[in-house]
Write a protein that binds this ligand. Sequence first.
Ligand SMILES: [Zn+2]
Length: 223
Amino acid sequence: MATCNHWRWRWAAVLTVTVFAASMTQAQEQPCGSGAQSAICFGAIDVPDDQRATFTLAARQAIDAIHSREFAEDLRNFATRHAAHGDHAAAWAGVDPVATIAALKAGVPGQRVATYGGLRGWFLRTFFGNMAYDGSAEGPILLNRAALPRSAPSIANTFAHEIAHRAGLRHPHSSRDLATARCEPPYVIGTLVEKHAAGQEWRADSDDCHLFRGLTDSGHQGT
Ligand SMILES: [Zn+2]
């Protein structure tokens, strides 16, 4: 009998180690940046299986863009050229591009992502155009399944937008003047991350701040 219990414990130990190893393997699948950013990773991404590859790619694109010199340049250029004038200017007051990028970087490690859907997702998508919520400050970024599938760069845009909220940035015009809100910090940061994720083929569209439009047609990237 004692021997039998002994083996039971041994099997229990083997099972525990196996489950632990499996969970470690899963942890390693948390999406990280590429190259020099390979040690910077999001937390768990809890999305439908058929969306997993796209979300994983989007997380890598967001991490790479937020840490890139080009993104820092673009954000600084936008702030210099456009942040002081127009209805969107108030939301840019006191926003320092260097400090903002530091805050965005700080928001990346361990950032979890999940989805919501059902009637609430459909309702918010249909009547309010909602694609995502930042959830609570501690919880996962929540993407609306009713607004999927989307391209990886578009999802990277949403990740950056929501991380910008967590860094304290706001778009006060979103409820009454979306065109202005799109030129406020979370939208501009999302647009610039999408621009870098999409690469050469990126063009500003009607979801982007009007100040971006036309600038890319001539191949001029310095928005
Ligand atoms: Zn927002």
